[in-house]
Design a protein around this ligand. Structure first.
Ligand SMILES: Nc1ncnc2c1ncn2[C@@H]1O[C@H](COP(=O)(O)OP(=O)(O)OP(=O)(O)O)[C@@H](O)[C@H]1O
Ligand SMILES: O=C(CO)[C@H](O)[C@H](O)COP(=O)(O)O
Length: 290
């Protein structure tokens, strides 16, 4: 936690929708005049694509069938923690990009499956924004959760998460359904052990729930739309959250528990704006006074 240089961490599995949520934050930052530096979790993978394939094969041959990008060891989480700490203390730090495809290759000037060079953050930012797989990890080696001032979990129910991943990886990364299914299976062990524990560390979780049948996610022809889903929003600490205001402003919403509200899928962007704008304002004004 850093009053002077706050950190917001958005955490979710691959395909959960963290990049989509980043879009909403970018809108809030622009409207509120907040200068954020952003880092992508994939920048902190340990291996480039070729080395990851070799490492997977090596581990598979030695009987380890659980290794994947979700595993702690497949990522340089100590470096991520160092960047979080440095940013909290000084407002400085560094990041790079993992280049997934040809579009990103054209944007970043490095081939798909490789990293760009590390580059220092620009000076003078108001906050650091992380979006990725491991932004709230607490294990024997690192404690990323304690460095972040606002932690958000993005967690569709699992069938929907798989549908979103399959569709995104097929449409924009050129993979087949079979290839994505293999990846989902290979990552399951680390999904349970490395990804899900973070959602007890997060301050607010957004869980999209479809209201159409997704019982076979591997043949779904499209991602359930906003109208075909609800979102459960759960606050770890509901004290200070103005639930009557939120349920009044968000048409069709209701409280399902003392710390949770349910909203129509199409209202997720509005809900995020209503919830996060005052939180971001508070983080930035506290940092200016610190
Ligand atoms: N609220 C939503 N409603 C409908 N579709 C969504 C929603 N959120 C995400 N999606 C869709 O799910 C897919 C994955 O979303 P996104 O790229 O944001 O995931 P991600 O968590 O950033 O994945 P990765 O970390 O692997 O890049 C995209 O096709 C996106 O359009
Ligand atoms: O979404 C991911 C993790 O969040 C990707 O699977 C990961 O970044 C590796 O990508 P690729 O399979 O394209 O090398």
């Amino acid at each position: 936690m850093s009053k002077k240089h706050p950190i917001i961490s958005v955490t979710g599995s691959s395909g959960a929708g963290t990049s989509t949520v980043k879009g909403t934050f970018d809108q809030i930052f622009r409207r509120e005049g907040v200068t954020a530096v952003s880092i992508e979790g994939d920048a902190f993978h340990r291996y480039n694509r070729a080395d990851m394939k070799a490492e997977l094969e090596r581990r598979y041959a030695s009987g380890d069938h659980t290794f994947s990008h979700f595993s702690y060891e497949a990522n340089v989480l100590d470096e991520l923690e160092r960047v979080f700490r440095e940013y909290g203390e000084t407002g400085g730090g560094r990041t790079r990009h993992y280049v997934h495809d040809e579009d990103e290759a054209a944007r970043y000037g490095a081939p798909p499956g490789t990293f760009t060079d590390w580059a220092a953050f620009e000076d003078g930012s108001d906050l650091l924004f992380y979006e990725g797989l491991h932004g709230a990890v607490v294990n024997g080696e690192v404690n990323l959760a304690k460095h972040a001032d606002l932690k958000i979990g993005v967690v569709p129910v699992v069938n929907l998460e798989w549908i979103q991943k399959i569709h995104r990886d097929k449409a924009s990364r050129g993979y087949t359904t079979e290839a994505v299914t293999d990846v989902i299976l290979r990552r399951m062990h680390a999904y349970v052990h490395c990804i899900t524990p973070q959602f007890t560390e997060t301050d607010i979780n957004f869980q999209r729930v479809p209201v159409v049948d997704t019982s076979n996610p591997f043949i779904a022809r499209w991602i359930p739309t906003a109208d075909e889903s609800l979102v459960v929003i759960r606050f770890k600490n509901p004290r200070g959250i103005d639930f009557p205001y939120l349920t009044q402003m968000i048409e069709g919403s209701w409280m399902s528990r003392a710390n949770s509200i349910v909203i129509p899928g199409g209202k997720m962007d509005l809900a995020m704006q209503l919830i996060f704008t005052p939180m971001i304002e508070r983080l930035v004004s506290q940092s200016k006074r610190a």
